[in-house]
Design a protein around this ligand. Structure first.
Ligand code: CS2
Length: 489
């Protein structure tokens, strides 16, 4: 392995097994701006756009912006924005160099440049992966956090935005004035009805200072809903070494993912889109059945598994899922949740695939990563199906247990007495780190009073409170694995 670094000039000397961009990158023009350039974007949307470029659709290059940290730009900028996509199924690994990102921006360094790129008349689509908390929303109500400092800042400083709303609205305003076609906005985050949520919140933001522009967004800015599915753990130092070994040169920030993917999109692109269907991307009229299936089955189980890992001191999804009691519990969880899904999708088939995906030992998907920002995830992943199941008087013991597991995972220490790392800024201050000195009833009461997560509804239902308290009490007295084992056994 040499010390040299991945870059355009290094491509011809890479081993023949490494797949490379088959197109002339200099001839590609930008058609997409992406906001939130994390590992997920680079292992999902950017790969399928790279396929389109390989097929000769040269008008869809990506300008990728980070809204916060310069880390990704600092890593792949010096590599001519090239990086390695590494696919692992547990037996083999395959490497491919992705060339679809033409330019990397760090929004806080130069907000005006990002607005300029968004206003490029060649650009027609903005994709977003800014995570749940990037929407600055009260998700249970679908309203903007109007008191959030970034929202307040963007209302007062429209020329130097910070939030997605500030950037998008500046671009919408200028594009309208310049006579460019309106952008199509594609939220690729794990939120139910993500496109609709984005449009509603953008309209709410616009309406505060510019009702006319708010009407323009509501009428002319298409925001298709999207379901995205691919497991992409954070890249580790060991991954970097494996990639360097495969390439023979260094890549400062490769991405690692499973082979499985799904991308289902509502086909509402009035101003054009790349022909992603040639890569297996599905275009449908209504994405809701697919997003419910994915959010409730995969993401709900992920959040439960992450909580078990945090509480029982098991590091990765595969470590937790290797426990027979967990597999039985998660099967029960899937059976319960599958009854809430549309007949257009098969929860049982999807669960069958998930069993293999969660067991993939090569991914090392860490519980602490999935547990981060859990207060922003639990409402759509666990609470929504739970409330539906209760309303319909259908079995929901495993889903209730998952909620109790999350609550236990917000304590200061795990079952071995080691500190639990909680990365959940919205929830800090509410979480009860001192759970072990409080009676179970008091812990549950404290959690249920957090309306941003629970919406005020649950604490008004004595049966709900009693069932949650019992599940939580079982975890605290018996331990997480025993509590779930006794449920199923
Ligand atoms: C995970 C997701 O971190 C998390 O919350 O549940 O990132 C999950 O891996 C993806 O949604 C899979 O598509």
């Amino acid at each position: 392995m040499s010390n040299s670094r991945l870059c355009q000039a290094a491509l011809p000397a890479l081993p023949a097994a490494i797949a490379l961009p088959a197109y002339d990158r200099a001839g590609v023009t930008p058609g997409i701006v992406h906001l939130g350039v994390g590992a997920f974007h680079r292992a999902h949307q950017a790969v399928f756009v790279d396929d389109c470029l390989n097929r000769g659709e040269t008008g869809w290059g990506i300008v990728a912006a980070s809204l916060r940290s310069p880390d990704t730009r600092d890593a792949i900028g010096p590599q001519d924005n090239l990086y390695t996509y590494c696919e692992r199924d547990g037996r083999d690994e395959r490497f491919r160099v992705i060339g679809s990102i033409l330019e990397m921006l760090v929004a806080p360094e130069n907000p005006a440049r990002l607005v300029d790129r968004l206003c490029d008349p060649q650009v027609r689509i903005v994709t977003l992966t800014v995570t749940e908390k990037g929407y600055l929303a009260n998700l249970s109500e679908g309203t903007l956090m109007r008191d959030h400092p970034d929202i307040r800042h963007d209302l007062e400083n429209p020329e130097a935005p910070r939030s997605i709303y500030g950037f998008l609205l500046s671009a919408v305003r200028r594009r309208r004035a310049e006579g460019s076609v309106p952008l199509t906005l594609l939220s690729c985050d794990n939120l139910p009805s993500n496109g609709q949520v984005l449009q509603t919140l953008l309209v709410e933001f616009a309406r505060i200072n510019d009702p006319d522009l708010a009407d323009h967004v509501a009428r002319n800015v298409s925001c298709p809903c999207v379901m995205v599915d691919r497991i992409v753990p954070a890249t580790t130092g060991v991954d970097r070494l494996a990639v360097a070994h495969g390439l023979g040169i260094m890549d400062a920030w490769p991405v690692v993912a499973e082979p499985y993917f799904r991308w289902v999109i509502e086909d509402r692109f009035p101003h054009g889109r790349p022909q992603l269907e040639a890569s297996g991307v599905e275009f449908v009229e209504d994405v809701v059945p697919y997003e419910h299936m994915k959010l409730r089955m995969l993401n709900g189980a992920h959040t439960a598994i992450a909580a078990i890992g945090q509480v029982a001191g098991l590091a990765t999804v595969a470590d937790v899922y290797a426990q027979a009691r967990v597999r039985t519990f998660i099967d029960r969880y899937w059976r319960e949740v599958a009854t809430t899904l549309s007949p257009l999708v098969s929860g049982a088939d999807y669960a069958a695939g998930l069993r293999g995906r969660f067991a993939n030992p090569a991914l090392r998907h860490r519980a602490v990563q999935i547990a981060s920002d859990a207060s922003q995830k639990v409402p759509q992943r666990i609470l929504a199906p739970l409330m539906e199941l209760r309303g319909d008087r259908r079995a929901h013991g495993a889903v209730m247990m998952a909620l109790a597991l999350w609550i236990r995972s917000c304590a200061a220490r795990n079952e071995a007495g080691e500190p639990i790392v909680i990365q959940d800024p919205v929830f800090n201050g509410w979480a009860a780190p001192d759970q072990d000195v409080l009676p179970a009833e008091a812990v549950i009461e404290r959690f249920l009073s957090f309306d941003r997560v629970f919406g005020g509804q649950c604490r008004a239902e004595p049966e709900f409170v009693a069932a949650l308290t019992a599940a939580y009490h079982a975890i605290r007295t018996k331990g997480a694995l025993n509590a779930i084992g006794m449920m199923t056994g």
